[in-house]
Design a protein. Structure first.
Length: 398
């Protein structure tokens, strides 16, 4: 299947427009990483505690920040999480310890801080939105509203688990009213909860913690994985084609990686381990697309000996244009769907792929191929003869 037949677009004639585009976005990303947002590393790399909080109403981010600041946390990062309708907030805290005790302590401190601002601050009463099934069971056992008798522990355990399951699975972790439990729990228990417990306007849904030493090690491994992949591809292309092909392809892939990382900095999206996986994926994808164009250039060099390298490169790009659009277009639609409908967990991964597919396809045409021509022009000025990359023996007269 071909979308385009016999196209004759002068891609190399637009190289200065391509260069301007690349410089604009590369420079913007570099400036953002140096002077604006920096490199927004996630908890995987920098260490710390991520607390995910869900509210019953749209949260006031400034109020959340003031509450966390008042609790004594240094440099907390507060940002909306997931879609606006979910009413969720991510609270990122600096945390030096990485044990279970530190995790529980961070969760308790965040709950206490938010309770003073958003809760009803009812000392000694059970907050059902932030209570575990065991805590709810203990409350029910103490009230014994059903007069359960000898099997009270099992009956109240079942009721507590039903309440927590309904709260987490059906209500997203937050009950707006005890009346929501009608038909879920025994009416006597619902009445007991109304009398002796309360519902705060928020719930801590999840807590993640990574120690700083682990974060530094992951940073180092991520850099090494990226560097090794680029070095390996450079060696392969130098062996399979010629060294200039490898250099051009690696420069193009580095260009893709830089713009993708810059996009994360400009949008202040965290770079996590899944994002690194996406970047390594787009490195392979971009390199594959570049090799397709290079392979066609090498084939055309053998059969178009009377034409200049610029004409050969333009012809090769046009010949592979249909394949490029089909492959990249379908891949882009797939990752775009993943970004739009894949949920927050995959948001960073899919965002990197959306940017990477676009830039990777662009760089194969607008960065890698023009480098071959630039190399030929440089050698021609230096030696007085046109050295055609891909022809290992002899020279073609200028």
């Amino acid at each position: 299947m071909e979308l385009f037949k016999n196209t004759n677009i002068d891609f190399l004639g637009k190289k200065w427009y391509f260069l301007g585009f690349s410089l604009l976005f590369s420079t913007a990303g570099i400036l953002s990483m140096l002077f604006w947002h920096g490199i927004p590393l996630g908890v995987d790399f920098k260490g710390g505690t991520d607390v995910y909080v869900k509210f019953t109403q749209p949260p006031d981010i400034d109020a959340v920040r003031h509450a966390i600041d008042a609790a004594g946390f240094k440099n907390p990062r507060i940002q909306p999480y997931d879609v606006p309708a979910a009413h969720q907030v991510l609270i990122a805290l600096e945390q030096k310890e990485s044990n279970e005790q530190a995790l529980d302590q961070a969760k308790t401190q965040v709950i206490d801080a938010l309770e003073k601002r958003f809760g009803k601050n009812q000392e000694g009463r059970l907050d059902v939105n932030n209570a575990s099934a065991a805590a709810i069971r203990d409350f029910l056992l103490q009230s014994d509203a059903m007069h359960a008798g000898t099997d009270a522990n099992q009956r109240y355990t079942d009721q507590a688990q039903a309440i927590v399951r309904f709260r987490d699975q059906n209500k997203g972790g937050v009950l707006a009213s005890f009346d929501d439990l009608n038909g879920v729990a025994n009416p006597q228990l619902v009445a007991a909860l109304k009398n002796g417990a309360y519902l705060s306007a928020f719930a801590v849904r999840n807590v993640e913690i990574v120690g700083p030493q682990v974060g530094k090690q992951l940073q180092r491994q991520a850099w090494l994985a990226t560097a090794y992949s680029l070095a390996g591809m450079l060696v392969y292309l130098a062996f399979r084609f010629e060294w200039i092909y490898g250099v051009a392809a690696v420069v193009a892939v580095f260009h893709d990686t830089l713009i993708t990382a810059g996009a994360f900095s400009l949008t202040n999206k965290e770079i996590t381990l899944t994002v690194i996986a996406a970047i390594l994926t787009l490195i392979g994808y971009s390199m594959n697309d570049t090799i397709v164009v290079f392979d066609r250039i090498r084939e055309n060099i053998k059969i178009m000996r009377r034409e200049t390298l610029s004409e050969i490169v333009n012809r090769s790009i046009n010949q592979t244009l249909s394949r490029t659009v089909l492959t990249s277009g379908l891949t882009f639609l797939t990752v775009l769907s993943l970004y739009l409908f894949g949920g927050e967990v995959l948001r960073g991964f899919s965002f990197a792929l959306v940017i990477g597919i676009l830039i990777g396809t662009y760089s194969s045409i607008a960065v890698a191929a023009p480098m071959l021509v630039a190399y030929q022009d440089w050698r021609a000025r230096k030696t007085g003869a046109t050295v055609v990359p891909g022809v290992r023996r002899g020279k073609v007269s200028a």
